[in-house]
Each structure stands twice: as structure tokens, then as C-alpha cells.
Ligand binder design. Structure first.
Ligand code: PHE
Length: 369
């Protein structure tokens, strides 16, 4: 026997006694049962099964026992630790299941629940009709052209054969940009875009120019100082009034329905010669309201025709002002108001509805994007 064994203390440490081990197991089982959730159980595992838990510490004492006592103590501790581990595993399963059920409950979606989505918004009907009109011309090979809203008097008037004494130049119609001699106005029509295009490129020219225009009108049911037009211009060899008529008829059909035609009435514009007022055959009654016994028509006031815009053959003086030889080229032009078109197309009675931006007005037009 080695000398040291003489001083060996044969008394088993208290921590390995049956009572201590049973108490440690009881404490562990109580803590396991009390653990309300997985984090709590994790802490219980550290406290009762971790390296510094009473049972782990007791386990370490086994080594100091005399060989005869080791097996007994080892069995006791092993059984105790197994008991605790098993209870821990069982509680772990129960708590995991509880957690999963809770997650399912919290993340449940009631697909039958009523919902009130915020409106996604939509584009203004003026924008969409403008695009629809431009698209009809794009399909015929026209370009869509933009021009400035603050325009030089020369583009807005002079080049269009509107001399300095023309009434449209008076203060009554035109917003002038300060100072009075700035030579700038808010464009009163989209026709200056014709001039810009003709100056910009040689014929053949086929273009439309939708855009905002400005006139010093009071805002009322049928006027607004800011409104929109679409301008059309074709300049090429051998363009005739028949081309103008055919183009406008196609435009009318594409926008209002098959078989509709337009009518030209003699008129005057300084920039076209000859000039015409453009009427659209009523797309609701198609003239039936003018016949004997026909029902009255609100859309055309039983006229059979709706005033739509102005048009004509480009005045040779305008071509010349833009450096285009009127001997070689001819052209047609037309222009119409978009608000007015939208009004009769949709039975809108007050123009103010179109400029005030109330979604209750625009919503019934649908959410075109
Ligand atoms: N610019 C004219 C207007 O505003 C319309 C028009 C355009 C007439 C082109 C003839 C040719 O009234």
C-alpha cells in the first residue's frame, strides 16, 4: 500500500449520500417541472445538469472513494443523472411543442377577414385620354413631341401668322411673362410645337403634341385658365385636305367607335388656309336624334354633331417662316381641347371637376396605370 493511502479518509463525502443525491434529484425535477419555457429550461439544465451542478460535483467525488464504494456510488449518481436527463428531455419536448403551437397561433392569418385596402391611386383621366389619343397617332407612324409651356411670342404668334394686331395677342387672352417686353408668354395653344418641329427637322413630318395651354379665362363650369390640347401636324409632298379628313375620321373611329365620321365647316385660323371647324358625328345617337321621331340626345343636344376642334391646310406663310418650300411641300394641322373631349365623351358637366383633383371624381374612371 502506498504511504498516502494510510491517510486516506474512508468516509464517503456527504454529497454522495443517498439523501443528498435524492435531494439533488428532487430539486432538479422540481425545477424542470417549474420551467415555463425553453429559455427557463436552459437555465435549469445549467443549474442541475451542468458541470457545476450538485450531481456533477458529486460525480467528481466518486474518484476519491475506496474501490469498494465506487461502484455503488457510481450507480447511484449515474441513475440520478439519468433520471434528471430523462425528465429534462421530456420537458424539452413538451415545451417545444408548446412553443410551436404558440407560433402557429400568433402567426395565423385569417384569410376570411374583411379588409379595407388603401386605394392604390390611378392616373388622371386627362392623362390617360391624352395617351390614348397619342397612341392612335403613334400607330399611324406619328411622333409625339413636347414643347415648352413658357413660349416665345414669336413661336406662339408671329410664326403662326398671328400678326401683332391679331386679337388673340391682346392682354385679354394671353398670360404675358414679366416684364411686358420679355417676349415670353404662357403658350395659348399647342400650335407653337408645330413651328418648333418644322424648324427642327426637314419634312416629311408627322407629329402630335399633347400638352398644357393657358388663357386668361375665369374658372367656371366650361372654362379653365389652364387646359390641355392635342396638336397634329403632317408635312409632306402632296398632302391634301383629303388626307386631313381621312386622318381625322380614323382618329374619331379609334377614339369613339367604328363607323363614326367627322365634318369640316369653313372657318378661319391665321395659320391654316383653308381652315375648318372640326365636328364629330355624335357617338351616342349618330344623328338619329335629328330625325323625325328620334329620341332627344343629351350628348349632342340633338344636333347630330359635336364641336371638337379646329383644323386646316398649313398656311404657306407658316411653312415659309419655318424654312419649308411651299412649292414642294404641303401640310395639314389640327388641334382640339382635351378637357372638352373628356367632357362630352364621359358626360362631365363641370370642367372644375377635372382640375380640382378630387379623387371622388377620378375614381370612377378606374385605376389605369
Ligand atoms: N391652335 C388652334 C386653337 O387653339 C387650333 C388649331 C390647331 C386650328 C391647328 C387649326 C390647326 O384654337
Amino acid at each position: 500500500m502506498p504511504a498516502s493511502s494510510g491517510s486516506f479518509d474512508p468516509v464517503a463525502p456527504e454529497s454522495l449520500s443517498e439523501e443528498s443525491v435524492a435531494a439533488a434529484v428532487a430539486a432538479a425535477l422540481a425545477a424542470i417541472t417549474a420551467a415555463a419555457d425553453l429559455p427557463a429550461l436552459k437555465q435549469v439544465r445549467l443549474d442541475h445538469a451542468g458541470d457545476r451542478s450538485p450531481l456533477a460535483l458529486a460525480n467528481r467525488e466518486i474518484g476519491s472513494l475506496p474501490p469498494s464504494a465506487k461502484a455503488d456510488a457510481g450507480k447511484r449518481i449515474g441513475k440520478a443523472r439519468g433520471q434528471v436527463r430523462a425528465a429534462m428531455e421530456q420537458r424539452q419536448l413538451v415545451l417545444e411543442q408548446e412553443r410551436d403551437e404558440q407560433v402557429l397561433r400568433q402567426e395565423a392569418v385569417d384569410v376570411t377577414m374583411e379588409y379595407h385596402p388603401f386605394g392604390r391611386g390611378g392616373r388622371h383621366p386627362l392623362t390617360t385620354i391624352q395617351e390614348r389619343m397619342a397612341d392612335i397617332f403613334v400607330a399611324m407612324g406619328y411622333d409625339v413631341v413636347d414643347g415648352p409651356e413658357v413660349e416665345s411670342e414669336w413661336h406662339n404668334f408671329d410664326a403662326l401668322n398671328l400678326g401683332p394686331d391679331h386679337p388673340a395677342r391682346s392682354m385679354q387672352d394671353t398670360f404675358f411673362v414679366e416684364s411686358a417686353d420679355s417676349g415670353l408668354v404662357l403658350r395659348t395653344h399647342t400650335s407653337p410645337v408645330q413651328i418648333r418641329t418644322m424648324l427642327d427637322r426637314p419634312p416629311p413630318i408627322y407629329m402630335v403634341a399633347p400638352g398644357r395651354v393657358f388663357r386668361t379665362d375665369e374658372l367656371d363650369a366650361t372654362h379653365t385658365p389652364v387646359f390641355s390640347q392635342i396638336e397634329g401636324l403632317a408635312v409632306d409632298r402632296n398632302i391634301t385636305m383629303a388626307d386631313l379628313k381621312g386622318t381625322l375620321d380614323h382618329f374619331a373611329e379609334a377614339l369613339f367607335g367604328a363607323g363614326l365620321v367627322t365634318r369640316l365647316r369653313p372657318s378661319y385660323f391665321p395659320f391654316t388656309e383653308p381652315s375648318a371647324e372640326l365636328d364629330l358625328q355624335c357617338f351616342v345617337c349618330r344623328g338619329a336624334s335629328t330625325q323625325d321621331g328620334g329620341a332627344p340626345c343629351r350628348t349632342c343636344s340633338s344636333e347630330g354633331w359635336i364641336e371638337w376642334g379646329g383644323c386646316g391646310m398649313v398656311n404657306p406663310r407658316v411653312l415659309t417662316a419655318c424654312g419649308i418650300d411651299p412649292q414642294e411641300y404641303s401640310g395639314f394641322a389640327f388641334g382640339m381641347g382635351l378637357e372638352r373631349t373628356l367632357m362630352f365623351r364621359h358626360g362631365i358637366t363641370d370642367m372644375r371637376d377635372m382640375v380640382e383633383g378630387d379623387v371622388r371624381f377620378t375614381r370612377p374612371f378606374g385605376l389605369e396605370v
